[in-house]
Ligand binder design. Structure first.
Ligand code: HT7
Ligand code: ZN
Length: 845
């Protein structure tokens, strides 16, 4: 496995002035004729990428057929003798087999629909091409098939009689190419841009799914409006198509003018989708739409720059959701995800910089670090340069780089030029892996408060020593009577150790630090439970309030794991939260949610304690039970008060009420044997409450009948059956989780080649912390078996799911022995893919 290095980047020696494709679709043998207009820019060979399964039939230059001596095919590379200067047209003819394509990369079939996935390097499985993001061209595409709908990128030129011609005038890299063909129905709308361009909007779904596509269309319109209003970005074609397909390796893909989506992120109705599904649909529709500027109009020079488009686009979709819903709740949700996925990644063998400098398989780098930490880095930049500086820099970025394949250096330069700031130290956030640990201590004397900070970043693979970074630390000071005496101030830490002072304070204030989670760091700060409880009730910054409660819960659980009983501060604080009728229900729901078992294991491992998954599970259950016993009446009151009687709407208000209601129910479930959950399951008219109740019934150990009913009712709705497959291993008692997963995996409707179904079952088990980390190693064996099976058909999915092994070294010797054996078994398997081989190799080291 030879890694590709960032330092090896060389510009392509040819410009590609136009790409013309003529595609005749057939399930087992689709033919692709390509004409590529090249013009030489520098000396060098004409090197194209070509997938192994592409059957190359013909090559010609300017109409003259090439003989065998004029080209060489070597693995996935095609070298062609090209004219030493000037322009020429390379023609090729190939045949590919979409029905044999189970990896869902390139051209494939999903439920009878032809579709494509080309990011990152899928286009080479369709036709020989310079499949790299810095080679951009306008595309003209002719599609031929006896199918009702034939779509490609750009604007339609003509259509009829099984032939459609498309033209995309915007030069694009091959990874943004797409085609879709099949029997699809459109749910249509229209949008007029600020400068008056009428854009036709279509959400294409399978016949029968039309009634579940409205929310996606509405979300698209909201995204288009928001991008004009907030970033001044308009859409640039006459048509915007979204297509939902059932077989899809990730969430969605931003192909120019033709976004292709996992149907899970398009289809929604109150009876089949949860509030969380609706929120994700809105967020991902926005994300893919926003890529039209941050990704498509300005793309990446090479795949090392992936965070340039992904970090920025995640940041933009987070801003959008914050504007559409509650900014405070969204921030807390984002931090929860960041800590659960990215901090975990940063602390293990898969840690890598936001801009990696080497990879074996680029698909393994679509990670939480590139996406979520990439977005955090932009949030910090915005905080450091201010809102105006950010707007100025973004304006310059769009003006200067429209049509470019850009780099992180280009990105930072626009900030430097727009604001006059030197960002050389800030750049370390892109180049250095690992989560900095920031310790904070306080010194109080005669009205002076001194805050002392120290930063250090633990070693990560290949990076032992890390110099200090710029860390924006937002703080506020709260007086003992609860008044804010110093509003949010951003302290810029640039040294390994640094102090900041506040003068003229009448009384010693309580410090609210890292407000809004101003930097993706771990703040290490000694604080007693009473002070945390004070911040939970008085902090004006909602994130910091929530964080104080979270720390209190964490420390309570850690104390219980040391054999202590839960302290009064936390239990009383929960009582106060439950009594606060004026608080935002969604915020309260987040405060009531206990830290996950995985989170506790991480904290223990960081502190040098070997986590015991069974003990963690037991402690968390005991704490939930204790809260329920202590606050049963208050929880019941919340449960009753949060009932929504109005017709279902997936908005922030109603979904917040339902999430608080379910959070209260989750606690009550510990003491009522699942009685209330069963009642809710029977009466609920929406999937949020039905799936929530079903999960709790499984936890309570009395769900067999409900599970059968649910399966019967939704047997024709794939996305709901995915939930059924996920909920069972997720909520099973830890000692039964693997058996439950094994039983489900043996079912006929465990259609494991479908990525959603596979992720549902395998992801459900691996998210059951104590279940997956079963002491006898059966969880590890089960995962290894399925990864090997999946690797042979879809290496991307196998590799992504293998990350469940990433923290194996933190557990006890017996568990480590089992995990090691499972990893070694995978590594020694014949014909292991590059994807899974790289992942397991890194995890095992
Ligand atoms: N840019 C896309 C990333 C992607 C992808 C999507 C679907 C299937 C395979 C994929 N490989 C990479 C999605 C996004 O971040 O917007
Ligand atoms: Zn993206």
């Amino acid at each position: 496995q030879v890694p590709t290095q960032l330092s090896d980047y060389r510009p392509y020696p040819f410009a590609l002035t136009e790409t013309r494709l003529d595609v005749t679709l057939a399930a087992e043998a689709s033919s692709i004729l390509a004409e590529l207009d090249f013009s030489r820019r520098a000396p060098g060979a004409l090197v194209l990428d070509i997938g192994k399964a592409v059957d190359l039939r013909r090559l010609a230059i300017d109409g003259a057929e090439l003989d065998a001596a004029q080209w060489r095919r070597d693995g996935e590379i095609l070298r062609i003798d090209a004219p030493a200067e000037g322009s020429f047209t390379l023609s090729s003819e190939v045949v590919v087999n979409p029905s044999a394509n189970t990896a869902f990369e390139g051209l494939y079939l999903s439920g009878g629909i032809f579709c494509t996935q080309c990011e990152a390097e899928g286009f080479r499985h369709i036709t020989p091409y310079p499949d790299r993001p810095d080679v951009m061209a306008p595309f003209r595409v002719t599609l031929r098939a006896d199918l009702p709908v034939l779509l490609s990128n750009g604007n339609p030129v003509s259509a009829g009689d099984g032939v459609a011609v498309w033209h995309d005038p915007w030069p694009k890299p091959a990874y943004l190419f797409a085609l879709v063909a099949g029997d699809l129905r459109a749910v249509s709308g229209q949008f007029t841009t600020a400068s008056g361009r009428d854009v036709a909007l279509n959400v294409w779904v399978r016949p029968g799914d039309e009634s579940r596509a409205d929310y996606a269309l509405e979300s698209l319109i909201r995204s288009m409006e928001w991008d004009e209003k907030v970033y001044g970005r308009e859409y640039d074609l006459d048509l915007f198509n979204i297509v939902a397909v059932d077989d899809f390796n990730m969430g969605a893909m931003e192909n120019k003018g033709l976004n292709i989506f996992n149907s899970k992120l398009v289809l929604a109705s109150p009876d089949t989708a949860t509030d969380a599904d609706y929120e994700r649909i809105e967020g991902v529709i926005a994300h893919e739409y926003f890529h039209n500027w941050t990704g498509n109009r300005i793309t990446c020079r090479d795949w090392f720059q992936l965070c340039l488009k992904e970090g920025l686009t995640v940041f933009r979709d987070q801003q959008f959701t914050a504007d559409m819903r509650s900014a405070a709740v969204k921030r807390i949700e984002d931090v929860l995800t960041l800590r659960a996925r990215q901090f975990r990644e940063d602390q293990g063998p898969l840690a890598h910089p936001v801009r990696p400098d080497s990879y074996v398989e680029i698909n393994n780098f679509y990670t939480a670090t590139v996406y979520e930490k990439g977005a955090e880095v932009i949030g910090m930049l915005k905080l450091l340069v201010g809102d105006e500086g950010y707007d100025k820099a973004l304006g310059l970025y769009f003006d200067r780089h429209d049509g470019d394949a850009a780099t992180i250096e280009d990105w930072l330069k626009v900030f430097e030029d727009a604001t006059g700031r030197d960002l050389s130290q800030f750049k370390r956030w892109y180049t250095d892996a690992g989560t900095p640990v920031v310790t904070m201590t306080e010194d109080w004397q005669d009205g002076h408060l001194t805050l002392r900070f120290a930063q250090s970043t633990p070693p990560t693979p290949g990076q032992d020593d890390k110099p200090p970074r710029v860390i924006p630390i937002a703080v506020g000071l709260i007086s003992p009577n609860g008044d804010e005496v110093v509003p949010t101030t951003v302290l810029e830490m640039t040294e390994a150790e640094q102090e900041f002072s506040f003068d003229g304070l009448a009384a010693r204030p309580v410090v609210s630090a890292l407000r809004g989670f101003s930097a993706p760091v771990m703040l290490d700060r000694q604080m007693d439970a009473t002070t945390r409880a004070f911040l939970l009730s008085h902090d004006t910054d909602p994130f910091a309030r929530w964080e104080a409660g979270r720390q209190l819960a964490r420390e309570t659980l850690l104390a219980m794991l040391r054999g202590e009983s839960p302290g009064a501060e936390y239990l009383d604080a929960i009582g106060q939260l439950l009594a606060d009728e004026a608080a935002d229900p969604a915020f309260l729901a987040l405060c009531l949610r206990l830290p996950s078992e995985e989170e506790i294991a991480t904290v223990q491992a960081q502190g040098g304690t070997t986590p015991d998954p069974d003990a963690i599970h037991a402690a968390r259950e005991a704490l939930a039970t204790e809260i329920a016993r202590r606050h049963e009446a208050a929880l019941e009151a919340v449960y009753a008060r949060m009932e929504v009687s109005a017709p279902y709407r997936p908005d922030a208000d109603q979904s917040g009420r339902r999430s608080l209601r379910l959070a209260a129910l989750a606690l009550l479930n510990r003491i009522d044997g699942g009685r209330r959950a069963a009642a809710l399951f029977a009466e609920a008219g929406n999937m949020t409450e039905r799936a929530g109740a079903l999960g709790l019934m499984i936890q309570a150990g009395d769900a067999q009948q409900a599970l059968s009913e649910f399966h019967r009712e939704f047997s024709g709705v794939r996305l709901v059956i995915d939930k059924w497959f996920m909920l069972q291993p997720l909520h099973a008692e830890p000692d039964q989780a693997v058996a439950v997963a094994q039983h489900l995996a043996a079912r006929d409707d465990f259609d494991w080649k479908n990525p959603n179904r596979f992720r549902a079952l395998i992801g459900g088990l691996t998210a059951n912390h104590a279940g997956f980390h079963a002491a006898d190693g059966t969880g590890y064996d089960f995962l290894a078996d399925w990864l090997l099976k999946m690797d042979a058909v879809n290496p991307q999915i196998a590799a992504r799911m293998s990350a469940a092994f990433e923290s194996w070294t933190r557990y006890d010797a017996d568990r480590r022995k089992h995990a090691e054996a499972a990893l070694d078994r995978i590594l020694s398997a014949p014909a292991l893919s590059r994807n899974l081989g790289e992942m397991i190799g890194r995890i095992r080291n």
